[in-house]
Design a binder for this molecule. Structure first.
Ligand code: 13P
Length: 341
């Protein structure tokens, strides 16, 4: 029997749980490993990811799903158990990144469009067989006001691709995570982030409707509304919560069961504090949780540093971040709890 998309989506945003984004492409994981002076071999990548998937209570209590990369969904643990089976045994749903990355958009310098639709139907059928029940596609929207980035063309092209991807996922029995990431790298202020996020989400949902995507079987993975890194300003968690919830109330239909944020380069604690502030400002019509890559993994990566002897310490570091974000997903986190770790 195939599971209902709606039930998978609800499981992905279950109370106090969120998603571990462990789907770094080969290039990205190499960058992360370079930072801890670990060689990016297939075995090291496997050992590192296996240690998180085996992090016992942290996985069971706080992780609802794991986004995998093509290599990882096919990999076996050191003892021969498929990594997918370890994830399932922890009660989490295996997921898969299916986009082929953001490429320069012809005719629009500074803009990108995410590729990967060709052959996607066949790839999804294979990933379903390998155990994936949700997928991820990331569109990247940069902000550079002086260069007129993003263009309307870039937003339209990316949202159209997201909708075509989402429809193909649902046809295959797979819940699409739709991720239109407005980058926080620019020099823009929080109001500009709000404006660009609003235009992007309006266009995204318009395309999802046009493609007849079932919103109840879809998870949104957005950025938070924050000032750009190069703006030299920071917003308080309360400000971030206010602006981010405002944009969602204006654009995200209540039929969407859950919103799982990317961390996007925020510090670990910022990503947790901001998520907490939004949930503390509830009640909200959607579940608000995390789908963090860096904000869940920076601490365990540092603790691990490629050494077998550090596996327990790395699992502890991962467990702490998973627990803090699990609390934030319920509005129950506080800076004091952070220190206890
Ligand atoms: P970050 O949380 O590191 O932004 O990664 C999440 C993700 O999956 C981006 O596509």
């Amino acid at each position: 029997m195939t599971e209902r998309l709606e039930d998978i989506a609800l499981a992905m945003v279950a109370d106090g749980k969120g998603i571990l984004a462990a789907d770094e492409s080969s290039g990205t994981i190499k960058k992360r490993f370079d930072a801890i002076k670990v060689e990016s071999t297939e075995e090291n990548r496997r050992d590192y990811r296996e240690l998180m998937f085996r992090a016992g209570d942290a996985m069971k209590n706080h992780i609802s799903g794991v986004i995998l990369y093509d290599e990882t969904i096919r990999q076996k643990a050191a003892d021969g158990t498929p990594l997918v089976d370890i994830i399932k045994a922890a009660g989490a749903v295996p997921g898969i990144k299916v986009d082929a990355g953001a490429k320069p958009l012809a005719g629009f310098p500074g803009d990108t469009v995410t590729e990967g639709l060709d052959g996607l139907r066949e790839r999804l059928a294979e990933y379903y067989k390998l155990g994936a029940r949700f997928a991820k596609w990331r569109a990247v929207i940069d902000i550079n006001e002086e260069e007129n980035v993003p263009s309307a063309t870039a937003i339209d092209a990316n949202c159209h691709a997201l909708a075509r991807y989402a429809a193909l996922c649902q046809e295959a029995g797979i819940v699409p995570i739709v991720e239109p990431e407005v980058l926080m790298d620019g020099a823009h202020d929080i109001d500009t982030c709000y404006e660009v996020t609003k235009v992007t989400l309006l266009q995204l949902f318009s395309e999802l409707y046009a493609a007849d995507v079932n919103l109840a079987g879809t998870i949104l993975k957005p950025n938070m509304v924050i000032p750009g890194k190069k703006s030299g300003t920071k917003a308080s968690p309360e400000q971030v919560a206010e602006m981010t919830l405002k944009v969602f109330r204006e654009t995200v239909p209540v039929a969407v069961p859950g919103i799982a944020f990317l961390s996007g380069g925020q510090s670990d604690e910022e990503a947790t504090a901001n998520l907490n502030a939004m949930n503390a400002a509830g009640p909200l019509p959607w579940k608000l949780t995390f789908s963090y890559g860096r904000a869940l993994q920076a601490a365990p990566q540092k603790a691990w540093a490629g050494k077998k002897d550090n596996v327990t310490a790395a699992q502890k570091a991962f467990a702490h971040r998973a627990r803090m974000n699990g609390l934030a997903a319920q509005g129950k986190w506080s800076p004091d709890l952070e220190k206890q770790g």
